[in-house]
Design a protein around this ligand. Structure first.
Ligand SMILES: *[C@@H]1O[C@H](CO)[C@@H](O)[C@H](O)[C@H]1NC(C)=O
Ligand SMILES: *[C@@H]1O[C@H](CO)[C@@H](O)[C@H](O)[C@H]1NC(C)=O
Ligand SMILES: *[C@@H]1O[C@H](CO)[C@@H](O)[C@H](O)[C@H]1NC(C)=O
Ligand SMILES: *[C@@H]1O[C@H](CO)[C@@H](O)[C@H](O)[C@H]1NC(C)=O
Ligand SMILES: *[C@@H]1O[C@H](CO)[C@@H](O)[C@H](O)[C@H]1NC(C)=O
Length: 440
């Protein structure tokens, strides 16, 4: 907890704070008029050094409290708990930073706080098995609605079975990202996680080195509308198991984010999600898809598909006709010919297009991004073929600056043309003729 220190005098008590950033020093200064709660909201950051119980009891309500617990000391957790006890109301969004819970005792200190709040975020949490079980038991039946943990270190072996009766039915939203398991070989996860993941409407397990989410579990997730499992180790072999192959699962899912996993077979994906009859968003960006079959089936509700940063060299009529937003940026595409009648947004930046795709197959397209390709030139007739195009970004291409092209482009760039070019004049640089190279 480096940084300076500051002493703040409160109206109803005495507080010493170690402030760890210039920003918190000012905020800390702002603590002086303790009688005016507005001065405290929305967020302040502290390392707790000392606190007299009751000091903040009269301030209400606080919008967002960030508390840096830091270190291993139980006394610090106790202090944090006392402070939280005074400031926590159901409306308060609490963020705890650097919380290390080695055992049962350390967790119990937070019991009172957890019972009162609805919205808890923890950044950098470390838990042993014993602490995980007591942490979960603390959450049993409480009205907490949103729990977010960014940076979770599990020091144990995943023996959490004693917590398997925990009732988390109020928890609508669980967000966990950046999970480190210290002893991955011993980590057994002997208990089923059903009780933990069963109720959320919105569930995110991101960058957790997860290679499998079992069908047994996903079948219980009947309320889940949003599932984000990006940046894990899922493959074409484990995915069918998670999606219960041809059986039913995740029947209320609307958004599935599986970005940044080791996936290669686009047809497997299409086959598995077809049964998700309410699915509107599918994010399969940053995968290893390199081809797609000639035709596919999809839920008729699909509106958004993101396959950016994959390895596609061609596209086929496999793509769903119902799309409104399609992101194919950063692939190896040279052309795009496919009728998508209700498409509103098309992203094609970072490919190898030599010319603008013809607009006729996209009568509803409003936004087109096609930066960083190899376009030489485009003209008014190209733009006019898009009936409803409003915004375009086409900078960082290899433009050949003929008089005609420059005369045409200029009004579009300054906003007096039919289509707004929104990525700025400085991105339009001539590649040739030689004497104009590098000119904007
Ligand atoms: C709850 O926490 C999330 C972040 O996890 C935040 O975006 C949201 O605004 C909070 N809601 C309330 C009601 O404070
Ligand atoms: C996490 O918190 C511990 C104290 O509990 C601290 O020693 C460590 O540096 C923190 N890690 C990060 C990445 O902030
Ligand atoms: C919890 O685990 C025990 C021991 O394995 C088991 O008998 C019990 O049925 C489990 N309870 C629930 C709700 O899963
Ligand atoms: C999916 O996750 C990635 C990375 O975490 C994020 O950038 C993207 O916005 C998410 N997509 C959706 C549809 O939520
Ligand atoms: C598609 O996914 C990429 C990477 O996850 C993200 O940066 C981008 O914003 C997404 N595109 C859209 C249109 O949401």
């Amino acid at each position: 907890m480096g940084g300076g220190g500051a002493t703040c005098w409160g109206a109803s008590g005495f507080v010493v704070w170690g402030c760890w950033s210039a920003q918190s020093l000012t905020r800390c200064g702002g603590l002086t008029p303790l009688l005016s709660p507005a001065a405290l909201a929305p967020a302040w950051h502290h390392a707790v050094i000392g606190y007299d119980s009751g000091t903040f009891g009269d301030i209400w309500p606080l919008g967002h409290v960030t508390l840096n617990v830091g270190g291993l000391l139980l006394s610090k957790i106790a202090l944090a708990a006392a402070l939280l006890h005074d400031v926590c109301y159901p409306e308060t969004w609490i963020t705890l930073v650097d919380l290390h819970l080695p055992n049962y005792v350390s967790v119990q200190l937070l019991k009172d706080t957890f019972r009162r709040i609805r919205n808890l975020s923890i950044r950098n949490l470390s838990l042993s098995d014993e602490a995980t079980v007591s942490f979960l038991l603390l959450l049993d039946g409480i009205p907490l609605r949103s729990l977010s943990i960014v940076g979770l270190t599990l020091t144990g072996e995943g023996r959490w079975i004693r917590a398997n009766r925990t009732d988390l039915s109020s928890l609508d939203k669980l967000f966990v990202s950046d999970v480190t398991i210290i002893d991955i070989l011993k980590f057994a996860m002997t208990s089923e996680l059903m009780f933990l993941l069963q109720y959320q409407k919105k569930l995110s397990i991101i960058n957790a080195k997860m290679f499998l989410l079992s069908c047994y579990l996903t079948q219980m997730m009947v309320d889940t509308e949003y599932l984000d499992v990006s940046d894990n180790l899922l493959t074409d072999l484990t995915l069918p198991y998670m999606m219960c192959d041809s059986g039913e699962t995740l029947q209320n899912l609307r958004v599935l984010n599986i970005s940044g996993n080791h996936l290669k077979s686009f047809s497997t994906m299409s086959r598995l999600v077809t049964k998700l009859t309410g699915l509107t968003h599918l994010d399969v960006s940053r995968t290893s898809y390199s081809s797609m079959p000639p035709s596919c089936t999809w839920p008729s509700t699909m509106r958004y598909l993101n396959i950016s940063r994959a390895k596609l060299a061609t596209i086929t009529p496999c793509l769903p006709k119902s799309l409104e937003v399609l992101d194919l940026s950063y692939n190896d595409l040279k052309e795009f010919v496919l009728t998508l009648p209700i498409l509103r947004e098309l992203h094609l930046s970072g490919n190898k297009f030599l010319r603008l795709p013809a607009g006729r197959p996209y009568p509803n397209l409003q936004t087109l991004t096609i930066q960083s390709n190899t376009l030489n030139v485009f003209g008014l007739s190209d733009l006019q073929s898009y009936r409803r195009l409003e915004n375009m970004e086409a900078g960082h291409n290899k433009f050949v600056c003929s008089c005609e092209f420059v005369t045409f482009l200029h009004p579009q760039l300054v906003g007096s043309g039919d289509v707004k070019i929104t990525d700025g004049k400085q991105s339009y640089v001539c590649d040739s003729p030689l004497y104009l190279q590098g000119e904007a």
